[in-house]
Write a protein that binds this ligand. Structure first.
Ligand code: NDP
Length: 444
């Protein structure tokens, strides 16, 4: 059995009931086969793949908190410090009832390659909790975040591990966590990114993932002689990534006709109204059913359905495995030209292959949504030099990073004979740098 197949099997045996982690490992190891096969003996001797798929450290802890009636609740907290070969661990904190160790490991593993692709010195990590922020009062959120950080603060720091936001963790939660870290550790340092602008946050961080996704999508289309101008775009999600993806797509001349949340989706033939979306989701923290009050011409549908809308470009920006083979078939039948992932692994492996087989340009999340973590690294740089850059400065660095990133994955795919396969290109380009750093640092 080849070394790659042996490790894929080992990961499944040693990590039962972690399908998302298996899926992520499978995708990456399949892509880096050309490098592994060419160096099989040396890699086996140095256990390169075993060291790649086993996190450096996994922390699991109890998070007790009190609700407004004084009742105690207990959630589970996680931080997986996956790989620090190229820099301090970096990756978000997800607060969602679906969180478990397998989900955090899949996200942490993907983060290694994504962070490498940004060209910035950041290693891979991820964390979170199965806490559900929905329906909780502001004080309950605060008590949860404080309890979570009371434990997590023992393991993180500006030069060791710098968490950020993710699903369920926005500016409010980062603020409460930062306050508790500072209180316990007694240091004001850039230990978290996504901070508020008055205490060390970076301009353009809020917009970065969505904007970065569109800078990359635009560069992809330009490389193929097209632009976003006049294109119809469908977006899933209605959170941080989706909102700013919609905004930038509109600025670049596209028409975005959908968005969705965990209960339903909206079709707005005149183009999504971003101001209304922000008010519903960021201010009122309400459901998308409210959207019709702002835009009477729009339609609201329960359940899943954005992928049934005819479009040129599809941008999945909600959550993992939200776009399956049936969705892919519908999109292809409707003439989709490009699919770029704003969320992490929103497309199933089968759907990804279907897009590639049908000549749809497909860019995986680890490349397409890397603008968020790249700007987090820019926030770290600003914190280290105790300076703040202007919005334009950060935004233009982000644009450069995303354009370079696209060309790097394009070149890597060509170099190894997989022209146009951006999944393989992203994994190979991300892996090459990490491998180089791991080799230089010895067996650690
Ligand atoms: P948010 O919490 O701001 O928004 C998530 C959106 O997806 C919400 O509209 C939510 O619906 C919907 N959603 C969440 N879970 C599900 C589900 N199980 N089924 C259907 N819809 C769901 O998160 P972000 O926008 O920050 O993150 C979205 C994705 O992008 C995630 O995969 C995240 O890992 C990834 N990502 C985020 C980055 C960032 O900078 N924020 C950086 C890189 C990747 P509802 O409104 O009902 O909760």
């Amino acid at each position: 059995m080849s070394y790659v197949d042996e490790i894929i099997q080992q990961v499944k045996e040693k990590n039962p009931a972690q399908p998302e982690f298996h899926q992520a490992v499978h995708e990456v190891l399949e892509s880096i086969r050309p490098i592994v096969d060419a160096n099989e003996e040396a890699f086996r001797r140095d256990a390169v793949l075993e060291r790649l798929v086993n996190p450096e450290r996994q922390i699991i802890f109890r998070v007790p908190w009190l609700d407004d009636e004084g009742n105690a609740h207990v959630n589970t907290g996680y931080r997986v410090q996956f790989n620090s070969a190229i820099g301090p661990y970096k990756g978000g904190l997800r607060l969602h009832p679906s969180v478990n160790i397998g989900i955090i490991k899949f996200l942490g593993f993907e983060q290694i390659f994504k962070n490498s692709l940004t060209g910035l010195p950041i290693g891979g990590g991820k964390g979170g909790s199965d806490f559900d922020p929905k329906g909780k009062s502001d004080r309950e959120i605060m008590r949860f975040c404080q309890s979570f950080m009371t434990e997590l603060c023992k393991y993180i720091g500006a030069d060791t591990d710098v968490p950020a936001g993710d699903i369920g963790t926005g500016g409010r939660e980062i603020g409460y966590m930062f306050g508790q870290y500072k209180r316990i550790r007694g240091v004001f340092e850039g230990v978290l990114t996504g901070k508020g602008l008055t205490y060390g946050g970076s301009l353009a961080r809020t917009e970065a993932t969505g904007y970065g996704l569109l800078y990359l999508t635009d560069e992809l289309l330009r490389t193929h002689g097209e632009t976003l101008k006049g294109k119809t775009v469908v977006v899933s999600g209605a959170g941080n990534v989706a909102t700013y993806a919609i905004q930038k797509a509109q600025q670049l001349g596209a028409k975005v006709v959908t968005c969705s949340d965990s209960t339903g989706w909206v079709y707005d033939p005149d183009g999504i109204d971003v101001a209304a979306l922000k008010e519903i989701k960021e201010v009122k923290r309400a459901r998308l059913t409210e959207y019709k009050n702002y835009r009477p011409n729009s339609e609201y549908h329960e359940g899943k359905g954005v992928w049934t809308v005819k479009c040129d470009v599809a941008l999945p920006c909600a959550t993992q495995n939200e776009l399956d083979i049936e969705d892919a078939k519908t999109l292809v039948a409707n003439g989709v030209m490009a699919v770029c992932e704003g969320a992490n692994m929103p497309t199933t492996e089968e759907a990804t292959k279907y897009f590639q087989d049908n000549k749809v340009y497909f860019v995986p999340g680890k490349a397409a949504n890397a603008g968020g973590v790249a700007t987090s690294a820019l926030e770290m740089s600003q914190n280290s030099e105790r300076l703040s850059w202007t919005f334009e400065e950060v935004d233009s660095k982000l644009k450069n990073i995303m354009e370079n990133l696209f060309h790097n994955i394009d070149e890597a795919a060509k170099k190894y004979g997989f022209e146009g396969n951006y999944v393989v290109g992203a994994n190979l380009a991300g892996f090459e740098k990490v491998l180089n750093a791991m080799t230089a640092q010895g067996i650690v």
